[in-house]
Write a protein that binds this ligand. Sequence first.
Ligand code: IMP
Length: 214
Amino acid sequence: MPHGSIFQAPDPSFSFFVHHSSFFMPMKLYLATHNKHKVQEIAEMLPGFEVVADDPAGIEETAPDFVGNAQIKVEAIAMRHPGCWCMADDSGLEVEALGGAPGVRSARYAGEPCDTEANNALLLHNLEGVENRKASFTCAIALVAPDRTRHTAVGKCNGRIALSASGAKGFGYDPLFVPDGYGETFAELGEAVKNAVSHRARALAEVKRIMTGL
Ligand code: IMP
């Protein structure tokens, strides 16, 4: 991290913020997630905000697309935090030759419970003998502003599915996904490249533009 540092509040509902000055009072941003890594990743990209996790447990993601599911999640927490920024994201992998699958079912492509290795194995199986390996990751972010206006941002990263898994970094489909312009998977390329070109980084850059323009 180039400037500032991450402060983790001693609170059971965990939060992070990146601060640049001891006189600065951070603005709270509630993130609909139970995932600590997501909270930290977003705090690092939005310095000046204290990012607080609020798990929308029990909410069913029933929308047919990423934007719809992000909106369902943000609405579930927005009513609990009047006057504050609220954010939710939804992401996944779409493969052209599979008609957009796994799509919104990315986390549970091979069934419940979520099993990354089984998902990756099923994807390779379904693409056996398929020449068109084009795929893309999408990240949708839904925002509710302090004035209760609603905003969405979408980031996309195009690439292709490798013939076999390689690399140990990252998570999910990273060992299979080769982003355009590179010859290795996200799991081989690692965090620095991923943070520069990923669907999540692009959606967050758009979020920053929205937040600073309001
Ligand atoms: P969620 O939006 O965090 O629930 O992600 C849904 C699923 O999409 C994850 O469980 C992964 O299978 C997949 N996914 C989303 N983003 C990525 C990524 O950056 N790398 C690899 N897999 C991802």
